[in-house]
Design a binder for this molecule. Structure first.
Ligand SMILES: C[S@@+](CC[C@H](N)C(=O)[O-])C[C@H]1O[C@@H](n2cnc3c(N)ncnc32)[C@H](O)[C@@H]1O
Length: 359
């Protein structure tokens, strides 16, 4: 391979085993064979935990920089459709591997990559130089783009966002592409939006290309609703409105991206299983409405509790039924329109941009 991933990976790294869902440290010095095996595997590899605050070889609390799985990296580059000589901005340098792949295609002088973490940026810059791909690596907030190097033909974002910064649209020439992993606060479900900037440069719009799972941009991490700010006191459950539902638990999970598109301002959180009981909570993000649906082993219907001005479960169930009635569509049937002024994005369905709704 012209641009091997191994050239960009650190000596100690934490491959994410997709089968077990766990990350385990691998050291190039102590286990060279294992290191090389993982370097060549189609798995994400964590290289930093907890924004660099975590030290040692045990995995930290949450990963904050990683090398994405190669199959995803290549799919995104295919979606980006980048041609020799085009000018590209990457947001999220990480290891530098993707920047090197871009440089291989368009020339290192045409690529600039922005990384928010100082240590990660320095490491990525050194790896790119060592490899002979002297891409400009900027330590800063990628949400600002890189105005000094604009206009770009392509912007590729390798962290997830909720709001698409207007700077990316403004810094991309008409007809250029912004490829960005996007999702709501409803849950972790995300998809890459391939946004084409329109002729007057005021909006960018396009269909989602595939489901993905990225770490969120630092400034847009979900601020998790505090449960006890919604549900207070033992009597809260007694006072809630009770009903039952036959929405299946796995269906609710699978519909996550679409429900997130159709129900605004709601966050979802699934509790850990306890004695065959699994509760999924919903919190209103603009008021204190909440709902919980409780699935139990062996029961066909789940019990629902709702409280507050909104009936959050009813909204979620409506969206779920819509998803079922329309043949359980994936993200590819939807699209997104965003503005150069950073206004709230709008989603659309089956190419009907005129019927877009705010998300
Ligand atoms: C999945 S990793 C990127 C992988 C990288 N493209 C590669 O080839 O290894 C996501 C990166 O986005 C960075 N990031 C998060 N928020 C950012 C921001 N506001 N601006 C720039 N980079 C950011 C993280 O620090 C992390 O290194």
């Amino acid at each position: 391979m012209d641009v091997p991933r191994a050239a960009f990976l650190p000596d100690v790294m934490w491959p994410h085993d997709m089968a077990t869902g766990r990350s385990v440290a691998v050291s190039r010095a102590l286990d060279p064979e294992g290191w090389w095996r993982w370097a060549g595997a189609d798995a994400p590899i964590v290289m930093q935990w907890d924004d660099g605050a975590h030290e040692g070889v045990e995995p930290g609390g949450s990963f904050s920089s990683s090398s994405s799985m190669p199959s995803l990296v290549f799919s995104m580059l295919r979606d980006l459709d980048v041609r020799p000589g085009q000018r590209v901005l990457e947001v999220g340098t990480g290891t530098g591997w993707n920047a090197a792949l871009l440089a291989h295609r368009v020339g290192a002088a045409n690529v600039v990559t922005v990384e928010v973490d100082g240590a990660v940026a320095a490491r990525g810059r050194a790896a790119l130089e060592r490899f002979g791909a002297p891409v400009e690596v900027v330590h800063g907030d990628g949400a600002l783009g890189r105005p000094e190097r604009a206009p770009f033909d392509r912007v590729i974002v390798t962290c997830g966002v909720r709001d698409v910064p207007g700077a990316w649209v403004r810094q991309t020439r008409p007809g250029g592409v912004v490829l960005v992993p996007w999702g709501t606060y409803y849950g972790a479900d995300e998809a890459t939006a391939r946004l084409v900037v329109d002729e007057d440069g005021r909006t960018a719009s396009g269909a989602f290309t595939r489901s993905v799972a990225f770490m969120r941009m630092r400034s847009q991490r979900s601020v998790w609703p505090r449960h006890d700010a919604y549900v207070f006191g033992a009597e809260a459950m007694d006072a809630a409105e009770v009903s039952y539902t036959d929405v299946p638990e796995d269906g609710l999970r699978r519909a996550g991206f679409v429900v997130g598109l159709r129900v605004r301002h709601v966050a979802r959180n699934a509790d850990r299983e306890r004695g065959g009981r699994r509760a999924v909570w919903f919190y209103g993000l603009t008021d204190r409405s909440w709902a919980v649906v409780v699935f139990r082993d062996g029961r066909e219907r789940a019990k629902v509790y709702q409280s507050g001005a909104r009936r959050l479960w009813d909204e979620v169930e409506d969206a779920f039924r819509w998803w079922e009635r329309h043949g359980r569509p994936g993200p590819e049937r939807f699209g997104l329109t965003v503005g150069a002024d950073g206004r709230a994005p709008a989603a659309w369905w089956d190419g009907d941009r005129d019927a877009a709704w705010p998300v």
